[in-house]
Design a protein around this ligand. Structure first.
Ligand code: HEC
Ligand code: HEC
Length: 219
């Protein structure tokens, strides 16, 4: 049965080629992560600290599992590229796309959480009452994020969540998940459930998001 033998040989060849390809992909990925680590240590470590753990009131953690699980590559790459105007986060467009992608690959290697950003970004838009949201925001969020969400410059540890640099890149789902679950090992606690600083309902969280979308006009 020479036909079968030939088929088998072709198959073995295909399997070998495929595993060689995946080996090469693996090596390329490792190389990309190494390149990202080098670039991170060169450019970002002064603010975001070794292993990207962040420093309260100075620069957020970038190795945080809750952040990495909901942040899309697009969110991370465009935030790095454009920085955040009016905050301590400078733009890095001059590094170019390839290097920025390598940095993101490195950040993702710091916490091997599943990336559910597609699902989170596809969540429905927030609907609610901005006047109620304002009350919650000023009562609970302003202590750390500033009255208008202006961030560290207001004296707290929370980032500039009322400025366009954040709001133009974050989906309602991203904001909703962050408010619900917080970010472990940072001052950002979850606001849903009995362990939260306040046990906000889904509707109250949406009221806050709707209000946050009006903040850039108040800066
Ligand atoms: C005790 C302080 C504190 C309070 C209160 C607080 N936050 Fe935060 N929040 C933080 C910190 C700190 C971070 C960034 C985490 C880090 O430093 O790594 C953060 C991050 C966030 C982010 C992600 C921003 C980004 O740059 O990606 C959102 C959204 C957010 N907070 C919303 C809220 C809202 C809405 C409230 C009120 C319901 C609130 N926070 C209350 C401290 C706080
Ligand atoms: C001079 C200090 C500084 C340097 C250098 C710096 N950052 Fe930042 N970065 C910040 C600050 C401050 C923020 C938070 C801004 C705000 O309040 O919204 C930030 C925010 C970020 C965020 C958003 C995180 C989140 O929680 O949403 C990312 C991603 C980021 N930086 C990546 C980088 C990368 C990658 C580099 C190096 C190429 C870098 N940063 C260099 C200060 C810095």
């Amino acid at each position: 049965m020479p036909g079968i033998k030939k088929k088998r040989a072709v198959l073995t060849g295909a399997v070998m080629a495929a595993s060689l390809l995946s080996l090469t992909a693996h090596a390329a990925n490792k190389q990309q992560i190494e390149e990202g680590r080098r670039l991170f240590n060169q450019n970002c470590v002064v603010c975001h600290q070794p292993d990207a753990i962040g420093k309260p009131g100075f620069a957020p953690s970038l190795s945080n599992p809750e952040l990495l699980s909901i942040a899309s590559d697009k969110f991370l790459e465009s935030t790095i590229r454009d920085g955040r105007v009016g905050t301590g986060m400078p733009p890095w467009a001059h590094l170019g796309r390839k290097k920025i992608k390598a940095i993101v690959a490195y950040l993702r290697s710091l916490s091997k959480v599943p990336n559910r950003s597609a699902e989170v970004d596809a969540e429905p838009a927030a609907h609610g009452d901005p006047r109620l949201g304002k009350t919650w925001f000023e009562d609970i969020c302003a202590t750390c994020h500033g009255k208008h969400g202006d961030g560290y410059e207001a004296g707290g540890t929370g980032t500039a969540i009322g400025k366009p640099g954040f709001l133009n890149k974050a989906s309602d789902g991203f904001i909703r998940e962050t408010i619900k679950h917080g970010r472990s090992n940072t001052r950002m606690r979850g606001f849903s459930g009995p362990d939260g600083l306040a046990n906000l309902s889904d509707q109250e969280i949406d009221d806050i998001i709707v209000y946050m979308r009006t903040l850039p006009k108040k800066q």
